[in-house]
Design a protein around this ligand. Structure first.
Ligand SMILES: Nc1ncnc2c1ncn2[C@@H]1O[C@H](COP(=O)(O)OP(=O)(O)OP(=O)(O)O)[C@@H](O)[C@H]1O
Ligand SMILES: [Mg+2]
Length: 301
């Protein structure tokens, strides 16, 4: 985990306390602030590091399937249950269970979760056997859980059960000192993954990064930097190589798709060509590349 701001140092301090015990951890912070990174850092620096880290995202799993994800099911427990399935709590035995976006958990399941946490045991759906589990609990949410309790969306008893040691991740715009170290870190990472020399950042490029509020936080910074590494024609990233796309995180999806540098470049050029009604001149200007680059690409596609 990278960072040198006072805020992130506070987080590091809490992490170092957290790894020494099994206390529950609750992580809050806007999207892309590094909640999952914190959860993994705690697990992999704790005594449990050689046991599983099991993550479940409440926002990503259909409501009807969460109970079976949590606790597992026996063969024939419901239509479609063609085999026995162990649940994530069982799978996490000895390790850490990370419940991501916990605020999205249905109120009925909240009571089932509370019971499992209190008893430290689960029963598979359709089963009778009680199965003990020993897993460290880490939860995360971008919502304010205390507010959710007040609004009646989240059980108060469950809240107190899981809150443990709270770790708050401030948005990147409130920790300017982290922008540059993170940017340099992501440049090195990208260069390594793509077998290229790591470019440096020009001072104008640094200024441009420092001025931007990063609504998508660290995730957005990573995607901006990755794209800049692709776009730069030199060994130094210029301000013009830095493009912001604040709504949504399209570049993140785009960048994580495991493509080659050539494929990225092709996609970017084709994207801008389409946007500019196939005007090669204009596209070349916008991307600050030669027209011949575009002609070559279209010929060899
Ligand atoms: N301090 C950090 N050091 C290095 N990388 C970081 C740091 N914080 C975040 N990242 C990177 O930023 C990206 C987003 O982090 P992460 O997935 O942990 O965010 P999140 O808070 O869980 O976001 P969401 O709420 O959208 O799930 C990841 O690529 C992660 O590796
Ligand atoms: Mg996350």
């Amino acid at each position: 985990m990278i960072g040198q701001s006072d805020a992130i140092k506070e987080v590091f301090k809490k992490i170092s306390k957290a790894v020494k015990t099994n206390i529950n951890i609750s992580i809050t912070g806007e999207t892309g602030t590094g909640k999952e990174v914190v959860a993994k850092t705690i697990h992999y620096n704790s005594d449990r590091k050689n046991k599983p880290f099991v993550a479940i995202n409440m926002a990503a799993i259909p409501k009807d399937l969460i109970e079976s994800e949590f606790f597992g099911h026996e063969k024939g427990a419901f239509t479609g249950a063609t085999a026995r399935n162990t649940g994530k709590f069982e799978q996490a035995d000895g390790g850490t269970i990370f419940l991501d976006e916990i605020a999205e958990l249905d109120i009925n399941l909240q009571s089932k979760l509370l019971r499992a946490l209190q008893e430290r045991e689960v029963t598979r759906i359709g089963g009778t056997q009680k199965i003990k589990f020993d897993a460290r609990l880490i939860i995360a949410t971008h919502k304010n859980l205390a507010e959710e309790v007040k609004k009646g969306n989240f059980r108060e008893d469950l809240y107190y059960r899981i809150v443990g040691l709270p770790i708050e991740l401030p948005p990147l715009r409130e920790r300017d000192q982290d922008i540059l170290v993170l940017a340099k870190h992501f440049i090195k990472l990208f260069a390594k993954e793509n077998n290229m020399e790591a470019p440096v950042l020009s001072s104008e490029a640094i200024n441009k990064l420092m001025k931007y509020p990063f609504p998508g936080n660290v995730r957005e910074l990573k995607s901006v930097v990755d794209l800049a590494c692709v776009m730069t024609d030199h060994d130094e990233i210029q301000a013009d190589d830095i493009h912001f796309n604040p709504i949504g995180n399209k570049e993140d999806l785009f960048i994580s798709a495991g493509k080659t540098l050539k494929q990225f470049t092709t996609e970017i050029i084709l994207y801008h060509l389409k946007k500019n009604n196939n005007d090669i001149m204009k596209t070349a200007q916008i991307l600050d590349i030669g027209k011949s680059t575009i002609y070559n690409l279209l010929q060899n596609k």
